[in-house]
Design a protein around this ligand. Structure first.
Ligand code: AR6
Length: 175
């Protein structure tokens, strides 16, 4: 499995699925969630409403799939990161679960490429370095089957540098 680092807007990524840092009501808030809802179009809000109706939304650490609608990506995997409370309320395990559950969902649907944002590091306040370590560990532990490429898409140059540094620390030369 290749791990690729990219800087920019995840909504522009041509991959089988992009991952959304959503809220448990799938309400389409700000940050990357807002950008994804804007780019995917109104049918995404309808799909999210359907998931609320049938499944009550998406608990923290879990993931659900919708079509990508107007996005270049075929699907969106919505996962709900933990709100940072200092790290003592299971935040690392819940964040790891976001990556693991998203990858599992991608495998279930036979997807080959997946792009992740830095889940929980915006509004939810997770420290970026700690979140990056969780993301790398979870992705590297994934026993890939269909998934051939995981892209970390970082919005800022600072975030990109954190992921690059983490790669080097792990002896990885990401493409
Ligand atoms: N592409 C890639 N990354 C982005 C983009 C983009 N277009 N826009 C922002 N980011 P956040 P959270 C980065 O706040 O912390 C929403 O309201 C951003 O710089 O989007 O998990 C939801 O509805 C940051 O590094 O997500 C939830 O209520 C990262 O994405 C809540 O925010 C995550 O920041 C979720 O908070």
């Amino acid at each position: 499995m290749d791990i690729v680092l990219a800087q920019g807007d995840i909504t522009l990524q041509r991959v089988d699925a992009i991952v959304n840092a959503a809220n448990s009501g799938l309400w389409g808030g700000g940050g990357v969630d807002g950008a994804i809802h804007d780019a995917a179009g109104e049918r995404l809000a309808e799909a999210c409403a359907e998931i609320r109706r049938t499944r009550g939304g998406c608990p923290t650490g879990q993931a659900v799939l919708t079509p990508g609608f107007n996005l270049p990506a075929r699907y969106i995997i919505h996962t709900v990161g933990p709100v940072w409370h200092g790290g003592t309320r299971g935040e690392p395990e819940l964040l790891a679960s976001c990556y693991t559950r998203s990858l599992a969902l991608a495998e279930e649907h036979g997807l080959r490429s997946l792009a992740f944002p830095a889940i929980s590091t915006g509004v939810y306040g997770y420290p970026p370095e700690a979140a990056c370590a969780v993301a790398w560990t979870a992705v590297l532990a994934h026993p890939a089957n269909h998934v051939r490429e995981v892209r970390f898409v970082l919005f800022s140059e600072a975030a990109f540098r954190i992921y690059e540094h983490a790669a080097r620390q792990r002896g990885i030369n990401p493409s």
